[in-house]
Design a protein around this ligand. Structure first.
Ligand code: FPP
Length: 247
């Protein structure tokens, strides 16, 4: 039986987050420049988005560019920014055809103006699509996001200031860039690395983590299905005992 056939529709995660890693290593293995790996990675983005939408996943969040990625060689950063711009432009039809809403999180104002404008206009144009929300994390890092939330809370403080006991989990999470989105039940990372790299640290407190050896450009629809099947076999206890969950 294929992995797709093993998926239990009623237990589908609502939100899947992916750390797309291994583009550079994949390109090096082909004897090509790292940027070739990023270009090839766009196909894997398209496959993952289509597969998730077809299954009925409501949110897919992809780590496209971290705050730390700005420190890569300028040529690679420029190539990535051009690729993002081209991809968002070219994939608009795919988003439309699949009724996918585009969204973005991160320090978006730090993106080149052209990227920022294209991103915002595509987000606006897909605003009424409701099959799935595809969120691109761009110039994103969790530490930036958490500090940003704290700054928003401080800036909102009026006299009399908000009593500390009113800063609840629910209050705080509305200040994060993911406000209004459910936490991911499943986080996937490709390329064999087992770390979180400053991605959605608040939101993944109880996510199931899935690490695969596949490099991102090699990641196919069947790999996403395999990750979902693996997730569905796990018992999610949220700090309770197995017995409590079963009863
Ligand atoms: C990590 O691989 C990947 C990135 C930093 C960029 C991800 C970009 C894409 C998949 C292209 C298009 C995406 C969108 C959303 C339009 P790496 O370079 O760190 O690989 P390495 O660890 O092998 O060096």
């Amino acid at each position: 039986m294929s992995f797709k056939e093993q998926i239990i529709t009623e237990k589908l995660p609502k939100h899947i987050a992916i750390i797309m890693d291994g583009n550079g290593r994949w390109a090096t293995k082909q004897g090509k420049d790292r940027v070739f790996g990023h270009q090839y990675g766009v196909g894997a983005v398209r496959n993952a988005a289509e597969a998730a939408a077809e299954l009925g996943v409501k949110y897919l969040t992809l780590y496209a560019f971290s705050t730390e990625n700005w420190n890569r060689p300028q040529l690679e950063v420029d190539a990535l920014m051009n690729l993002f711009l081209e991809t968002i432009e070219q994939e608009f039809e795919t988003l439309k055809k699949n009724n996918i809403r585009l969204h973005a999180i991160g320090d978006l104002e730090s993106l080149p103006e052209e990227n920022y404008n294209k991103l915002m206009s595509t987000i606006e144009k897909t605003n009424n699509h409701d099959r799935m929300t595809l969120t691109l994390a761009m110039s994103y890092s969790s530490r930036w996001e958490i500090l940003d939330a704290v700054k928003k809370i401080c800036a909102e403080q009026k006299d009399p200031s908000l009593p500390p006991q009113e800063i609840t989990e629910n209050y705080f999470k509305q200040k994060l860039t993911t406000a209004g989105m459910p936490d991911p039940e499943l986080l996937i990372r490709t390329s064999g690395e087992s770390r979180l790299s400053n991605f959605l640290l608040w939101q993944i407190a109880y996510s199931e983590l899935y690490f695969t050896q596949k490099l991102w450009p090699e990641f196919e629809k069947e790999d996403l299905y395999e990750a979902i099947v693996d997730y569905q076999k796990r018992e999610r206890r949220f700090g309770l005992t197995s017995q409590q969950i079963k009863s």
